[in-house]
Design a protein around this ligand. Structure first.
Ligand code: BDR
Ligand code: CA
Length: 310
């Protein structure tokens, strides 16, 4: 069983990532940390609590993290996720409370106390992870792997940059240069993980409160992706990282060198992926490029079916 911490900004696809981790026996979700990204951190934290509540994840701590990127001004994604960060489904106000500790301290404490067996899954701007690495460098060799959603060989926030990396590229630079084993789920991969109307129908058929919630999330997300990008499905970006920890054989990855652009006029926040090895630099990132559609959706739907019918 793989121990994971999800660092997130729920976010429709973040919510699906949490739900996937919450009901799959191959992973143990030891905590959720939140950060500003899709919306302000107060909102993403409330959303994380709501997701835990509907999923019955009573014992999973939710620690609130950074409200601002390291250097840049905060930027949010209301056009994609709505003003709340998770518009669409209406969930009751959570009764679960936020952990007393800051997310950065939670990450540091858990890693230092571990046997080096914790995987971090950041699916949001990398502010908390970079802060933790700077505050306590002794955590760096303790991280088993970082499996993150971000980047790609093209962008969705600018032509060059994907949202999570763009929002805090300085933090991304810290993380990508840390030397920790890193697997990157960028847009090249996550746009292939699109919940089409047919896939949404399969979630509908499950018929438990969590799967109904997933359908509502997907419907809202599909609508904004249609409006903004002209897509016919909802890409479940963040869930891909959890899926990889559950069954890496779903994905095809390549070890490549990736640099983070923090200066470019048009390319700030780009993950510069050396596809052809032209830099001659050692690969530092395992880049996810392909997925087995049948295996992926069977696992997603199978896991959501594990939630209680009532
Ligand atoms: C990423 O940005 C966020 O809007 C999503 O939750 C995902 O983590 C996709 O670019
Ligand atoms: Ca996210």
């Amino acid at each position: 069983v793989r121990k994971i911490i999800i660092d997130c900004d729920p976010g429709h696809d973040d919510a699906i990532a949490i739900l996937l981790a919450g009901a799959n026996p191959k992973v143990e979700l030891i905590g959720i940390t939140t950060v500003a990204g899709n919306a302000e951190v107060d909102k993403t934290t409330i959303n994380a609590l709501k997701v835990c509540e509907i999923a019955g994840l009573k014992d999973v701590p939710v620690a609130k993290g950074s409200a601002q990127p390291l250097v840049r001004k905060r930027e949010t994604a209301a056009d994609i996720h709505g003003d709340s960060g998770m518009d669409g489904p209406s969930l009751p106000a959570p009764t679960k409370t936020i952990a007393a500790e800051h997310a950065v301290d939670f990450i540091i404490r858990e890693l230092l106390a571990s046997d080096g067996d914790i995987t971090l899954i950041p699916v949001a701007p990398l502010t908390n992870i970079a802060m933790a690495m700077r505050k306590e460098p002794a955590i760096v060799p303790k991280i088993r792997e970082i499996v993150l959603m971000g980047g790609g060989t093209f962008g969705n926030w600018t032509p060059a940059a994907e949202f999570n990396i763009f929002v805090d590229a300085e933090a991304a630079k810290v993380v990508f240069e840390s030397g920790v084993p890193l697997t990157m789920f960028g847009l090249d991969l996550t746009h292939k993980a699109q919940a089409t109307p047919e896939i949404q129908e399969r979630f509908k058929q499950i018929g438990n409160p969590v799967s109904d919630f997933v359908v509502e999330l997907l419907q809202f997300f599909m609508h904004t992706y249609k409006e903004v990008f002209g897509f016919d499905g909802a890409p479940v970006h963040d869930a891909c990282c959890v899926a990889y920890c559950i069954d890496p054989s779903i994905f095809t990855c390549r070890k490549l060198h990736v640099d983070i652009e923090t200066k470019g006029e048009f390319s700030y926040g780009m993950t510069v992926v050396d596809m052809l090895g032209v830099t001659g630099k050692e690969p530092n990132v395992n880049v996810a490029l392909e997925l087995d559609q049948d295996k992926f959706w069977d696992m997603m739907i199978g896991t959501m079916s594990n939630y209680s019918k009532t």
